[in-house]
Design a protein around this ligand. Structure first.
Ligand code: ZN
Length: 147
């Protein structure tokens, strides 16, 4: 189990040091900002909707390792998905990091963040970028805050 934990930590640190899909993708037509005052995390999500699917997604911001890795990992799993698919994924992810649900194989790469459930104060770091993505897709103008 500790080996698994080490492995997951390695993946999280890798995404923290080399975030994937960092920056605004070409043609982005949706964006929203999320802030987590408790930790000082700040993230801005950009999305381009092609038909009923997320054609491109990226993010910018600064925050702790968990919030940055969560953003990087999210951009990898939501691309190409429809709004309902993203919403379903968000619910399963939320259940995983809060500990109310198990680790669902459909979460894919997001599984590396399952350890967050043992640190309730970090749940908001792990979900911040998802709140920002949902706000972007809903066209909300106000920054979303976890508080
Ligand atoms: Zn944080």
């Amino acid at each position: 189990m500790s080996e698994l934990r080490d492995l997951y930590q390695t993946v999280i640190l890798d995404h923290y040091k080399k975030p994937r899909n960092y920056g605004r993708p070409e043609g982005a037509d949706h964006e929203a900002e999320g802030v987590n005052p408790l930790c000082g995390d700040r993230v801005r999500v950009f999305a381009r909707v092609d038909g009923d699917r997320l054609g491109a997604v990226g993010f910018e911001g600064s925050g702790c390792a968990i919030s940055t890795a969560a953003a990087s990992l999210m951009t990898q799993v939501v691309k190409g998905k429809t709004r309902p698919e993203i919403e379903a994924l968000y619910q399963r992810y939320q259940d995983m990091v809060t500990g109310t649900g198990g680790v669902d194989p459909s979460l894919g790469k997001l599984e590396v963040l399952a350890g967050v459930r043992e640190f309730p104060a970090r749940v908001k770091c792990a979900t911040l970028v998802w709140h920002a993505l949902r706000a972007a897709l809903e066209g909300r103008q106000q920054p979303v805050s976890t508080e």
